[in-house]
Write a protein that binds this ligand. Structure first.
Ligand SMILES: Cc1cc2nc3c(=O)[nH]c(=O)nc-3n(C[C@H](O)[C@H](O)[C@H](O)COP(=O)(O)O)c2cc1C
Length: 225
């Protein structure tokens, strides 16, 4: 029981260590999503999390081909993505929207990594964000990105954050200019951090969000798992 005389720690001071992989799913040098990923990393670190910052180019791989997988094994980008997922407790993807969906480069990376056993997306927590010059900030792409991740057992945080008119939304220091929107951005990230910390460190608070069916892996079903 807590001694009433002891000063209360702020949530940031009392956090247990949690590691977050953070990357943008854009390959573009001047990417708006990469700028938003930098802000995400900053918020996580300010609130006591440890950030492992990556680039989409670290995880880029040739188009998935089962013949290549069987003949040559995994390409370096898939190896790296798998390694970094396993090295962290949770991951954050800041993804552009392409044609109302996710960019092919991130779907291809997910497809490759889904072939590892044990499958590293399963039971990991994820937060999804996007940035776009459009009025909806690329939010449709995030709904598309949820689908393969949830299929693979990732616990995708219910709240997502999409930065609309992203080319105008950042100030000269690269921060979200609108104070209310910036506060919503920080609250979304810290709420995610609270959940990941609880699941990581306090098994009694852990909830299974998705039913894992536990199908047997054999030659016929392995492609669909
Ligand atoms: C192939 C392609 C498709 C796009 N489709 C959409 C779209 O459906 N919705 C949207 O909001 N923006 C779309 N855009 C615009 C991107 O949001 C914009 O280029 C954005 O800056 C890309 O993200 P980045 O800056 O992180 O590279 C598309 C851009 C490209 C190149």
């Amino acid at each position: 029981m807590m001694n009433a005389a002891q000063p209360r720690l702020s949530p940031e001071q009392s956090r247990e260590p949690v590691r977050y992989l953070v990357f943008s799913a854009s390959l573009r040098g001047a990417s708006l999503n990469t700028k938003l990923a930098t802000l995400v990393a900053d918020v996580i670190e300010r609130h006591g999390g440890t950030v492992d910052r990556a680039s989409m180019s670290d995880f880029d791989a040739p188009s998935y081909d089962e013949d290549v997988e069987v003949g040559d094994g995994f390409p370096p980008g898939a190896e790296e993505f798998q390694r970094r997922l396993l090295a962290n407790d949770a991951f954050v993807i800041v993804s552009p929207e392409y044609n109302g969906s996710m960019p092919g480069v991130i779907k291809n990376a997910i497809d490759w990594v889904s072939r590892y056993r044990p499958q590293p997306f399963n039971e990991r927590h994820a937060l999804l964000l996007s940035a776009s010059p459009s009025m909806v900030g690329g939010n449709r792409g995030l709904w598309a990105l949820r689908v393969p991740l949830e299929k693979l057992g990732t616990r995708v945080f219910p709240d997502m954050f999409s930065l609309a008119q992203a080319h105008k939304a950042l100030d000269e220091n690269g921060r979200i200019a609108d104070a209310k929107l910036n506060s919503h951005f920080e609250v979304t990230i810290t709420a995610f951090m609270d959940l990941v910390e609880a699941a990581r460190n306090y098994p009694c608070a852990k909830k299974a969000w998705f039913e894992f069916l536990g199908e047997q892996t054999d030659e016929a079903t392995s492609r669909s798992q």
